[in-house]
Each structure stands twice: as C-alpha cells, then as structure tokens.
Design a protein around this ligand. Structure first.
Ligand code: PLP
Length: 420
C-alpha cells in the first residue's frame, strides 16, 4: 500500500475543467453544445505575439532562462505597471510564472499550515480554497454578496481577521461574479489593514483590463502602506487571449521573492523561453487587440444580462468586470448544480453551478460570455425553453401535485425540479 500524505485527500480542483471535458465528450457524440462554461477568451492570440514566439525559437531562444524570467520581460512588466497605475515596481520584484495559478499555489504554500487561517472570497476562484485545505490551514470565507454588486465589503472583511489570520486573498474584477470592488471600499479596507501589519495580502488582478461602465481598476500596488506584504498576481492569459501559453507574473515583496524563486527552481526551473518573448511582444507592442476584445466583451455582457433577465425565475445583476455573468437562479425552483448539469445534458448549454465556487454560490450559476454573440443568443433561447418547461413542473409541485409533476416530467423527459 503506497502511503502518501493526507493533504492529497484534501486537495480540490476546478469543476470548469470537468464541465469542459463533459461538453467535449457530448460534442464527440455528435451533440450540439454551446460552451459558456470555461473562462477563456474565444479570440486568437494576436498575430504579432505568435510571431514573436516563433522568431524567438528561430533566434535560438530554446534553452533554460533564469528561474525568475528574462530581464527584458521583467522590465516590461514593471514599465507596464508604471504606465497603467503610476506605481514604482523594480524588475527585481517581478517574477515570471507559468500562468496565474502558480502564484496562488506558492503564496498559499508560504503561509498555510495547521492552526492558521487564510481568508478567501466566497463565491470565488475554487483553487484558493483547494490550496488552503491542502496546506492544512483553516479556510475562512469572505462573503461576496449580490446586494453589494459582488464587491467585497471592507467592514465585513476586517471583522473576520483574527490573531490566527496569515493571508488575505482578494480578487477584483472577480471570477465567478464579475464583481468589481470600488475604490472607496478598497481605501477603507487598506486603512483597516494598517492595524494588522503581520497579515499578508494576495491580490489576484488577472482581469484588471476588463472593467466596464467607466469604472477603472484599482491596483493594490498603489497603496504604500501594504506594499511590503502585498503579493500581486497577474498574467497574460485573459488580457491577451493566451490561456494555453501558460504565462503569468507576480510581484513579491521582500524575502518572499527569494522563496518564490527557489520554489520555481524546485518546481519548473523556468518558464517556456519562447512564451516569455511572446509576453514581451504583448506588453511592448500595440494594444489595439486588447481594446477590441474588451469592447466586444462589453457588447456581449449587455446582451447576456438583458437575455438572462428575461428568463423565468432568473435575475442577473450587471457585472462590472471580467467576462462572467452570475445570475441568481434561486427562483427557478432548482438547486444550482443540478440545474447546470441538466442544462448541459438536456439543452446543450454548458455553464457552471455556483456551488463550484463556494458555499455562498448556491442559488447562482456562472456563464462565461467569452463566446460569439450568435452562440450566446442561441444558448439564451435554449435556456429559456428549458426553464419554461421547468417552471410548469415547479408550479405543479408547489400546488402539491407532485404525482402530476412526476408524470409530466417523465413525459417531457425532464428531471423533477428540486425545490429549494
Ligand atoms: N485567477 C483567477 C481569478 C482566474 O479566474 C484564473 C483563471 O480562470 C486564474 C487566476 C488563473 O489564470 P491562469 O490560467 O493564467 O493560470
């Protein structure tokens, strides 16, 4: 019997990948499935970025690089942060990473151990909690509420900090809600955090370029009072449609930088060399494609929200960032996960149930609008048809006519709704 450590029984995963696999399996069987499940831009990586990677390989950049990344790329990241947020970052604080995820992996590993607490947004990106549990630390969810536009509340966040809290994870613009926390709330949070100088903060800003309605992104690096304990997570995946390249970066404070560099040496040695040259072209080249993508997401965002709000039992707050809508489906009479899986299996629309993002995700589903307008409209139609049938069954159940509902659901080949 192999004896592995117990931590591996606690590690979780991201259900979006399981839904993607199921959607692809259905497609392989000849089913017509529209995928609004996975969170990745449906655009191609801009040509000049692809060309830069090809040129790098032709120029002989095929070997190992420094574990923390090539100097010109670290300089370009620092310059980009300065250009966009007017913050001073030394290239020596920047580490190039194989995607955005490894930064959260490393940061949580640095602070998590049994007996300590790590705070993370709920609903939030599932890997935060998974990694916290892996380390044996106690996960402390910070509620992200619809009534606050899915922004985090400074007051509530501060009230959850204890003597045991080591790390606070923040994410705005947020996955899965599309929530953007306004500057006034971030100001209040940072002012409160000044009373907890031993608390580290990881700010996941991977969607920083995707904010709408004239909002502007608040980069946590712009607060000097927390700079010495702030880890910034960002990357190329979403902004430049580069999810498969595996390219991200972190800004690490003080001694954490060297810990992360050593972890990188132990784990992956360095990031793919040609991808780093591609990342350099992305940051230093024209940004028109980024603006075009964001404008297109904005257009689809409006279509999705309008369409969702017309569906029976569904209401959708307007997301201010990222490329997700997080509609409230509690009035459909269904729990979110069975609803999401029935929509995939029966109506050919892949979405993710809110509970896959935390306990407070019940009653919601996540749709990624990183898909064509045509597909989005088709998906909304299919959801509408499906939900109308469900509404009929739910009405029968509510009138205590369960046997009729069961017979009707059999006839319609629909599962009996699970009333919340
Ligand atoms: N952080 C958030 C909030 C995300 O939604 C994602 C991807 O979905 C990541 C980080 C990971 O990004 P990457 O694909 O670069 O690892």
């Amino acid at each position: 019997m192999l004896k592995t450590i117990a931590a591996f029984d606690r590690i979780g995963e991201e259900n979006a990948f399981a839904v993607l696999a199921r959607a692809n399996a259905l497609i392989a069987q000849g089913r017509d499935v529209i995928n609004l499940g996975i969170g990745q831009p449906d655009f191609r990586t801009p040509d000049h970025i692809v060309e830069a990677a090809i040129k790098a390989l032709r120029d002989g950049h095929h070997g190992y690089t420094a574990a923390n990344g090539i100097v010109p790329l670290r300089e370009a990241v620092a310059a980009d942060l300065h250009k966009r947020y007017k913050v001073e970052v030394s290239p020596d604080e920047v580490m190039i990473m194989p995607g955005g995820k490894p930064t959260m992996f490393m940061a949580i590993l640095m602070f998590g151990e049994p007996g300590v607490e790590i705070m993370y947004p709920d609903p939030g990106f599932p890997i935060y909690r998974s990694m916290i549990e892996f380390t044996g630390a106690t996960p402390v969810p910070v509620p992200v509420r619809e009534k606050n536009g899915f922004a985090f509340s400074a007051e509530e966040t501060l009230s959850l900090i204890t003597q045991k809290t080591r790390l606070l994870i923040l994410n705005s613009p947020a996955n899965p809600t599309g929530g953007v926390t306004p500057k006034s709330e971030v100001d209040r949070l940072v002012a409160g955090l000044e009373k907890f100088p031993d608390l580290a903060i990881m700010s996941d800003e991977i969607y920083d370029q995707m904010v709408y309605d004239g909002e502007s992104h608040v980069c946590l690096l712009s607060y000097p009072s927390i700079r010495d304990r702030l880890i910034l997570l960002n990357g190329w995946s979403k902004t430049y449609a580069m999810t498969g390249w595996r390219l991200g970066y972190a800004v690490w404070p003080g001694k954490l930088y060297d810990y992360a560099r050593k972890l990188a040496v132990n784990l992956h040695s360095c990031v793919n060399a040609s991808a780093q040259y591609a990342g350099l072209a992305a940051l230093t080249g024209p940004q028109d494609e980024v603006h075009r993508m964001v404008a297109e997401f904005d257009k689809r965002r409006k279509i999705v929200v309008e369409g969702l709000n017309k569906l029976p039992g569904v209401s959708c707050a307007v997301p201010k960032g990222a490329f997700y809508a997080f509609p409230n489906v509690s009035k459909t009479g269904w729990k979110a996960k069975p609803l999401a899986s029935s929509l995939l299996e029966e109506a050919g629309v892949a979405i993710i149930g809110g509970p896959d993002f935390g306990i407070l995700g019940e009653g919601y589903v996540r749709l990624s609008y990183a898909n064509s307008t045509e597909n989005i409209l088709k998906a909304l139609d299919r959801m509408g048809e499906f939900l109308k049938e469900l509404a009929h069954l739910t009405r029968l159940i509510l009138r205590s006519r369960r046997s009729e509902a069961t017979a009707a659901s059999r006839r319609m080949r629909r599962p009996v709704p699970q009333i919340l």
